[in-house]
Write a protein that binds this ligand. Structure first.
Ligand code: GSH
Length: 195
């Protein structure tokens, strides 16, 4: 398998899950400004959508869309019971559509009028209220073990300090980030991505 990723981007979640599961993989970084890979290839030729993450499977098939990649990787782990698979999926879709895309739109809105930025932040705040309550008295987003939703939530929460979102308002989210960050596989991934 080969993962195309950009440091700190949403591909971090897939990268974390690869390391959490101890899977063998190659990787290559992508510069999202130039859409060139580290080896100088035109990234649009690899993924016509132009975005990370991309996972190229051992049979040469290409998988895009974070939720699909995270689910594929998790399904490779036969040791895990699959009882919470649909809860994980529900949560992954929530993170992708309600958090990832809303939060990341702030990257592009740095110059936008204040009302637009405030509107986006208000929406994010409601979603964070929900996740904060969900994480009260529990270690992981779903079930009793680390799963793909934890990797993905950690990834998008990591963007907040750079976007003027004060996570300190959500104590359970803050402790979640600390907990996940301390995991050896997450530490390894952060080092690999140089962040
Ligand atoms: N729908 C895609 C979106 C992925 C996405 O937004 N990737 C961003 C980084 S977090 C990206 O590569 N953007 C560059 C671009 O769109 O050209 C997914 O969920 O995987």
């Amino acid at each position: 398998m080969k993962l195309y990723y950009t440091p700190s981007a949403c591909s971090l979640a897939s990268h974390i899950v690869l390391n959490e599961l101890g899977l063998k993989y190659d990787s290559e970084t992508v510069d999202l400004k130039t859409h060139k890979t580290a080896k100088g290839e035109d990234f649009y030729k690899i993924n016509p959508k132009g975005y990370v993450p991309v996972l190229v499977l051992d049979n040469g098939q290409m998988l895009t869309e974070g939720v699909a990649i995270l689910t594929y990787l998790t399904d490779l782990d036969s040791s895990k019971e699959k009882a919470d698979r649909y809860q994980q999926l529900e949560c992954l879709v929530f993170i992708a559509t309600e958090l990832h895309k809303t939060i990341s739109s702030l990257f592009g809105y740095k110059e936008a009028p204040k009302e637009i930025i405030t509107g986006i932040k208000d929406k994010v705040a409601k979603r964070f209220d929900f996740m904060d309550k969900k994480l009260a008295n529990r270690e992981f987003v779903i079930g009793k073990a680390f799963g793909p939703a934890d990797a993905y939530l950690f990834t998008v929460l990591n963007w907040c300090p750079h976007l003027g979102i004060d996570l300190g308002l959500w104590k359970n989210l803050v402790s979640f980030v600390k907990r996940i960050q301390a995991r050896p596989a997450v530490q390894k991934t952060l080092q690999q991505e140089g962040i």
